[in-house]
Write a protein that binds this ligand. Structure first.
Ligand code: ADP
Length: 448
């Protein structure tokens, strides 16, 4: 087992990884930017190393500085968390060549998942249903039009290296396809330094349902059920739950098996997520694989009684998975609410600032994963998520009741958050009935 791990991240996930290390008796080295010197997890780490100024490119995304910190800290492994370098195959490779274990999949698997066109090809090979679309990149306007006419409008133009909903455009006709094609390409070029785009049929009012997988280095792959992440704003998740309120056992089984086939095909190890869209007739279509731990992993941890970060560390050290497929049972219902320092009434404008009064929610079935505390200043340089409220109760109805109470208890005076929006969503009859799709929030709570 490892003795010392470097945590190459910040915020709540850095604290989450640190906790898993402590529980396993592993020492941790925390890195931080100058803007994060008051980060909570630094107080609990065995060693802390400043890796540069606030800008991510100078700190959390700077590979030479992270490797230097790993050498100074004398660690055997690095956990990348999510975001930043977690899906950067080059970083995984550099770690490997420096004899530091990257806690995640191999560089080859990351590369294959990171290229959505390649991942889709692999999914087809594995017999996993995919959204109809272009078989590969679309090179010009004529190609784009030909694909759209073949599969029929509406279509979605997507970036091959995309993430976070960027580089995506819906088109309903020829003119909007041509405009969307060019704007998606330039957005993708700016965001990912890769202008490659492809086209998919735009599925109307789908649910986003994803399967959590976990794989060790001995060929064992297990799936841990699904998460429904249909509550999104502009293709960015805000609320996730498990189980999916409308999924029947047969479809769940088929999706789980599809995810495992794909993971085996990719020689996948560590934690990963296979994302699907579910249409109104309960057909599911693969959209992408995320080769990292995800923000919403606690929802799965709650219903399956597992610790996915701990499991990632153990399998990275060469151990076998601590559970078999038949050990995984989903119990009760879990929901996660992403508490972002944003003002929903001002077009979700980020609201960094100092938290004057802070009270964390608690009580039966309440988990609060967050790095904030009273007096903490949310820096303006990074993602606006300041905490995750996770509720786990025997039924979905009780989950909603406890969520309402916990959201009311949460006090973060000094910054505006998405908590108020969630209270309004909980009152909506469609949400209570579990009848939502990926456009639900944009339609009722965040019209453009
Ligand atoms: P990203 O990596 O940028 O998050 P994804 O491929 O995971 O992109 O898609 C993000 C979201 O975009 C999905 O959850 C869904 O809401 C929407 N989406 C993606 N593909 C389609 C599609 N073919 N039809 C309808 N919506 C889609």
């Amino acid at each position: 087992m490892f003795h010392r791990i470097l945590i190459a991240n910040r915020g709540e996930i850095a604290l989450r990884i640190l906790r898993a290390c402590k529980d396993l008796g592993i020492e941790s080295v925390a890195v931080y930017s100058e803007a994060d010197k008051d980060s909570l997890h630094l107080r609990y780490a065995d060693e802390t190393i400043c890796i540069g100024p606030a800008a991510s490119s100078e700190s959390y995304l700077n590979i030479p500085r992270l490797i230097a910190a790993a050498e100074i800290g004398d660690v055997e492994a690095i956990h990348p968390g999510y975001g930043f370098l977690s899906e950067n195959e080059h970083f995984a490779e550099v770690c490997h060549s420096c004899n530091i274990k990257f806690i995640g999949p191999s560089a080859t698997a990351i590369a294959q998942c990171g290229d959505k066109v390649a991942a889709k090809r692999l999914a087809k090979e594995a017999g996993v249903p995919c959204v109809p679309g272009s078989d590969g990149p679309v090179e010009n306007e004529q190609d784009a039009l030909a694909v759209a006419h073949r599969i029929g409008f509406p279509v979605l133009i997507k970036a091959a290296s995309g993430g976070g909903g960027r580089g995506m455009r819906v088109a309903h006709n020829d003119p909007s396809l041509v405009t969307g094609y060019h704007s998606a390409r330039s957005e993708a070029e700016k965001a990912f330094k890769d202008s490659t785009v492809y086209i998919e049929k735009y599925i109307e009012k789908p649910r986003h349902v994803e399967i959590q997988i976990m794989a060790d280095q001995h060929g064992n792959v297990v799936h841990l059920g699904e998460r429904d992440c249909s509550l999104q704003r502009r293709h960015q998740k805000l609320v996730e739950e498990s189980p999916c309120p409308v999924l029947d056992e047969a479809t769940r089984l088929a999706m789980g098996e599809a995810a495992i086939r794909l993971a085996k095909m990719a020689n996948y190890t560590s934690a990963g997520t296979v994302e699907f869209l579910l249409d109104k007739d309960k057909n599911f279509y693969f959209i992408e694989i995320n080769s990292r731990i995800q923000v919403e992993h606690p929802v799965t941890e709650s219903v399956t009684e597992t610790d996915l970060i701990r499991e990632m560390i153990l399998v990275a050290a060469g151990e076998k998975l601590s559970f078999r497929q038949e050990d995984i049972r989903m119990r009760g219902h879990a929901m996660e609410f992403r508490i972002n320092a944003e003002d929903p009434d001002q077009n979700f404008k980020p609201c960094p600032g100092t938290i004057k009064t802070f009270v964390a929610p608690a009580g039966p079935g309440v988990r609060w994963d967050s790095h904030i505390y009273q007096g903490y200043t949310v820096p303006p340089h990074y993602d606006s998520m300041v905490g995750k409220l996770i509720i786990h109760r025997p039924t979905r109805k009780q989950c909603i009741e406890v969520a309402r109470r916990a959201l009311q208890e949460l006090t973060t005076d000094g910054i505006t958050t998405t908590a108020g929006l969630f209270l309004r969503i909980l009152e909506h009859s469609d949400f209570a009935a579990g009848q939502v799709d990926t456009g639900f929030i944009d339609r009722y709570f965040a019209p453009r």
